[in-house]
Structures are given as C-alpha cells and as structure tokens.
Design a protein around this ligand. Structure first.
Ligand SMILES: CC(C)(COP(=O)(O)OP(=O)(O)OC[C@H]1O[C@@H](n2cnc3c(N)ncnc32)[C@H](O)[C@@H]1OP(=O)(O)O)[C@@H](O)C(=O)NCCC(=O)NCCS
Length: 192
C-alpha cells in the first residue's frame, strides 16, 4: 500500500473526525498494585469475556471539531494519511498551547493528542507512517519529547506505542473519576 502524508490546517479537523476512532476492546492490561504500591504496579494482559466497543468521539463534548472551542489550537498540527484520494488515517499534535496541562509547561514537548486509522486499513503500517510524520513535525518545532496518553483498555494502542519506541512513564489509576475501571497510561518518546 502506498501512503501519502499531508500536513493540513486545523480547519480540516472535521475531515479528520470522519475517520472512526472506535475500537473493539477484546484484551486489556489489568493493573495490580503490590503492597499498596511499595512493591510497584504491574500490568498483565487479559482477554475480556464480553468484548465491547470503545468510541472516544461518542463521549459528550468530545470529538475533533470541539477542540478549537476548548483549547488554543493555533500552534497545533494536523497530519493526514491518504491512499490515492481516500483519507485512511491521521493525527493531531498539541504543541505550544499555554495552560494545556498535558504539555507540562514545556515548549520542547509535543503531545500526540489523537491518532486514528480507518478500521479497514489498521495493522497495515499506516499508524506507524503517521507516527513517524508526527515525530518529524515535532522535531522541526524544536521538541525533544513526544508524549502520548492512552488507557489500559486500549491494548492495540499500548502495543503500538511500545513498538514505536515509546516508554511508559506514568500509570494513573485515578485519572478518570467517571471511569474508575480505566487507568491512564502516559507514554514518552525522546526525539533525540
Ligand atoms: C492504534 C492504531 C492507530 C495503530 O495503527 P495501525 O495502522 O493499526 O498500526 P500499524 O499497522 O502501523 O502497526 C505498527 C505496530 O504496532 C503494533 N500493533 C498495531 N496494532 C496492533 C494490535 N492490534 N495488536 C498488537 N500490536 C499491534 C505492531 O507491533 C505493529 O508492528 P508490526 O506489524 O511490525 O508488528 C490503530 O489501531 C487505531 O486507529 N486504533 C483506534 C484508534 C486508537 O485507539 N487510537 C489511539 C488512541 S490513544
């Protein structure tokens, strides 16, 4: 498959949102706390008995077209992947957005805010191509670190980020008070 990468203006977020982000939760990483945390926190793969569909866009108030209303996205990036003229994936990168907690007050850190590939095109290398484009975009803006948030229920994404050279930097079991069964995982990649 020949994938073409394009940088687009944020005004194309609606097209980005046309690529589904939903995925089937068939396997998760269970989180266990040893000796109240003094023995560490372990993650273990587990197949779920009754798989379910998780769709971040379906959460009220969420979805790509909402972001410019909620955040200062003037320095953010939008990267799209095309096969011929068909949009098959893309990513949004948050950068230099004053007050955005995920950026840790750093000007040399970019956050991979969103990454999605058309379901029919997943597991064919599209995500990796987009991820490399995100790395390049971030490096060109002087970033030394790329940060990514995902959850323990997104097993494919966890495997994907590990394969892309990211390292798990933080496990926050209490990040989502409304979703106590989900744990926040923060991944980091030093861009060199
Ligand atoms: C996560 C996602 C972007 C990965 O994109 P992709 O195009 O399917 O991934 P690639 O084909 O480029 O895979 C690259 C590597 O990631 C790993 N990987 C990807 N999907 C995987 C899966 N389902 N299970 C295990 N490993 C997987 C593999 O190691 C793969 O490399 P390999 O084929 O050489 O072994 C894609 O699955 C997706 O769109 N998911 C739904 C949206 C989402 O969850 N986004 C992330 C939110 S944090």
């Amino acid at each position: 498959m020949s994938v073409r990468i394009e940088e687009e203006p944020m005004s194309r977020l609606d097209a980005h949102g046309g690529v589904p982000i939903a995925f089937l939760v068939e396997r998760i990483l269970t989180v266990s706390v040893i000796d109240g945390g003094l023995g560490g926190i372990t993650l273990a793969e587990l197949n779920v008995d009754s798989p379910w569909v998780k769709d971040y866009d379906a959460i009220k108030g969420e979805g790509p077209t909402r972001w410019p209303k909620r955040f200062d996205t003037s320095n953010w990036g939008l990267i799209a992947a095309y096969e011929d003229e068909i949009r098959i994936g893309g990513a949004v990168v948050a950068f230099n957005s004053p007050g955005l907690e995920m950026l840790d007050g750093r000007r040399d850190l970019a956050c991979l805010w969103d990454l999605r590939v058309q379901p029919d095109s997943r597991s064919t290398g599209v995500g990796a191509t987009v991820f490399r484009a995100v790395e390049g975009w971030s490096r060109r803006r002087g970033c030394r670190t790329l940060k990514v948030e995902t959850q323990n229920i997104n097993f494919p994404a966890c495997r994907f980020y590990a394969r892309m050279g990211c390292s798990l930097g933080a496990i926050n079991r209490f990040a989502y008070p409304g979703l106590p069964e989900e744990t926040q995982l923060l991944w980091f990649k030093e861009l060199g």
